[in-house]
Write a protein that binds this ligand. Structure first.
Ligand SMILES: [Fe+2]
Ligand SMILES: [Fe+2]
Length: 268
């Protein structure tokens, strides 16, 4: 993934938000996992009923390569959500130190959805038995420092930090959804007819095995989180991110750091 300069209206740098046309086919939201509901961040209908527990309590039968893909996705997302929590924690602290109640309140709103994201990712990590990143303490310290440092620089710098981080994370969730797509497709069955075992395989074209329900659930969680991150990006831009002193440099440095952290967390 190449580094792209973050300038101008960042929202345009992200793939279009697909919430409006993906909701209908989305099997379940993250509420399927038994975590406290997030603070309401947008108006809309109540969440649909929880899915079959199989989707949240069992694991798919995957090849080693497929499991490696899921492990990388879950590990880096859990680490990313942890980092986001500590960035916002730092921003809230830094804003409070400056006496900037307005920014602290906006930061708290975004932090609330990050707490929900982290809680869900922990359950996903446990369900798929993925080892968490070994760099938790490092990410906590770095993320808090980034959030606090930019917030101490001023409201616009804090928003520029959020803009840069959420730009990278939004793109990252889209990359993961593309990588996950092959696992969401039904596979053709080669089952033999139970009536006549000597016959050709059962209607071969019609007999398909749907993906394990945990996989479309994971995709729906990634979509939901991606859309939340893009909302945070919008809040940051509207909050004056691009008026921050040294905006281009700040965005480039933070964006590069996020991408480097993603690469490390996928493996470590
Ligand atoms: Fe998040
Ligand atoms: Fe976010």
């Amino acid at each position: 993934m190449s580094l792209r300069p973050i300038a101008g209206p960042s929202r345009r740098l992200i793939l279009p938000c697909t919430r409006s046309h993906s909701t209908a086919s989305r099997p379940t939201p993250s509420h399927a996992y038994a975590v406290p509901p997030p603070l309401p961040s947008r108006p809309g209908p109540p969440p649909p009923p929880p899915p079959r527990t199989e989707a949240t309590s069992s694991r798919p039968n995957l090849t080693p390569d497929q499991h490696d893909l899921i492990a990388r996705i879950v590990r880096v997302d859990q680490a990313g959500e942890l980092g986001a929590n500590w960035i916002y924690r730092g921003q809230k602290w830094g804003s409070a130190v400056r006496g900037d109640k307005k920014t602290a309140k906006e930061v708290e709103g975004m932090w609330a959805s990050e707490r929900h994201h982290l809680a869900v990712m922990k359950l996903v990590q446990q369900q798929h038995r993925v080892r968490p990143t070994l760099l938790y303490p490092l990410w906590q310290a770095m993320a808090f420092g980034l959030g606090a440092g930019t917030a101490l620089m001023g409201r616009e710098a804090a928003m520029a930090c959020t803009e840069a981080v959420e730009t990278v994370i939004g793109e990252h969730y889209d990359d993961q959804l593309r990588a996950l797509k092959p696992l969401l497709e039904s596979t053709a069955s080669t089952a033999v007819s139970p009536i006549n075992p000597n016959a050709d395989t059962v209607a071969d074209a019609d007999a398909v095995t749907p993906p394990h329900p945990s996989l479309p659930l994971l995709a729906s969680v990634l979509e939901e989180f991606r859309d939340d991150e893009l909302e945070h990006l919008d809040i940051a831009v509207e909050g004056g991110a691009q008026k921050a002193p040294g905006h281009s440099l700040l965005s480039a440095v933070i964006g590069f750091g996020c991408k480097a952290a993603i690469k490390v967390c996928e493996r470590v």
